[in-house]
Design a protein around this ligand. Structure first.
Ligand code: IMP
Length: 188
């Protein structure tokens, strides 16, 4: 079974490709130009991106939006994660947390499935954890060097893709999607 993942982020693609292969789904990457809208929630962003993608692509696809939510910063950077990463990066987040006793945070993904002529469907995934006191590890991308999921002592950037997939927000959303996608297929 073949499916397209619309993303310009190779790291996201490799994680999803590895995970969906376990479900017998072959993923292909499409780097379509999709303008990310300003919205209050990741779900809204994913939904709007999927609606825009449906106008440009004639086959079924997934597209997602993710963010890092730091509890002591009231969920910042959240839906602004991409902008904040470009402006201040991991070091900037660490500075904002200087002196903070509460370093708890979570990652969230809203994954949208689109198919021509059908309603868009959204799947979410969340992983809770803590922000390290300094960046650690070389794997992955984005805020990976900062995030230590509950149940591990390693940051995402110190893990292999397989290990990150055991914990990550993206993997959780993808598993929900894959179960639904396959069960729908079996019904036909
Ligand atoms: P977006 O989903 O591409 O908009 O991601 C928002 C920001 O969060 C970007 O700076 C990403 O690099 C970062 N990000 C998204 N997912 C992850 C992840 O799994 N690990 C680390 N950073 C991530």
């Amino acid at each position: 079974m073949k499916l397209v993942f619309i993303t310009g982020n190779l790291g996201k693609f490799l994680e999803a490709q590895k995970l969906l292969r376990e479900f017998g789904i072959t993923l292909e990457q499409a780097d379509l130009e999709i303008t990310e809208p300003q919205s209050e929630t990741l779900e809204e962003v994913a939904e709007k991106c999927a609606q825009e993608a449906l106008k440009k692509i004639g086959e079924r696809f997934i597209i997602e939006d993710s963010g890092l939510f730091v509890n002591s910063l009231n969920g910042f950077p959240g839906v602004y994660s991409s902008y904040v990463y470009r402006k201040i990066g991991c070091e900037g987040i660490l500075k904002l947390l200087t002196g903070s006793a509460d370093r708890s945070a979570y990652f969230m993904t809203a994954l949208a499935y689109g198919e021509p002529g059908k309603d868009v469907k959204i799947f979410t995934g969340r992983v809770d954890g803590t922000i390290a006191t300094e960046p650690r590890g070389k794997s992955g991308f984005g805020y990976d060097p900062l995030f230590i999921p509950f149940g591990s002592n390693l940051t995402f950037a110190e893990m292999s893709t397989e290990e990150k997939n055991k914990f990550s927000h993206r993997a959780r959303a993808l598993r929900k999607f894959a179960s639904w996608f396959l069960s729908r297929h079996e019904e036909k």
